[in-house]
Design a protein around this ligand. Structure first.
Ligand SMILES: [Zn+2]
Length: 146
């Protein structure tokens, strides 16, 4: 059934392999003839719901900004010595630095994120939103000196 539908679809539309660009006119297998990647016919939303992804990106941008500054200062050797810090200062610094690679992964993974189901998307976004909320509360607390 799936093979027949895939063959019918590729036979009437000028679709190419998403990986290598090979024309798939009426494929006879469930894999690309050139790159041998498995093919499947799916149904998806015309416009992916990116609300959770946008919430994730926004919540990671906030700490990633100071995180980039911390990393640049560290690379240039200009980061002031950090003595014994309390747990809130440590959390803010560590979360800022961790937010930089997390933001890159989230930005580069937009397509994969859009293919996840709604619950999984929010399971990824909500912890970042809470972590950033805690970051904001601790950053605004007196004594941190931003
Ligand atoms: Zn291919």
């Amino acid at each position: 059934m799936a093979m027949a539908m895939l063959r019918a679809y590729t036979g009437v539309s000028k679709v190419t392999c998403p990986r290598c660009g090979q024309a798939l006119g009426g494929v006879n297998e469930t894999a690309c003839e050139r790159c041998h990647q498995p093919l499947k016919l799916t149904v998806c939303l015309a416009e992916a719901d990116l609300t959770a992804w946008i919430a994730l990106i926004v919540s990671l941008c906030l700490p990633a900004g100071p995180g980039i500054i911390i990393l640049v200062l560290y690379v240039w050797g200009q980061l002031p010595p950090i003595g014994p810090a309390d747990i809130s200062v440590t959390y803010v610094f560590v979360y800022c630095v961790l937010a930089v690679p997390l933001l890159l992964v989230a930005l580069l993974g937009r397509r994969r994120f859009a293919r996840m189901d709604q619950a999984t998307r929010w399971h990824l976004a909500v912890p970042a939103i809470f972590a950033t909320g805690l970051f904001a509360l601790l950053s605004l607390a007196p004594g941190l000196g931003w």
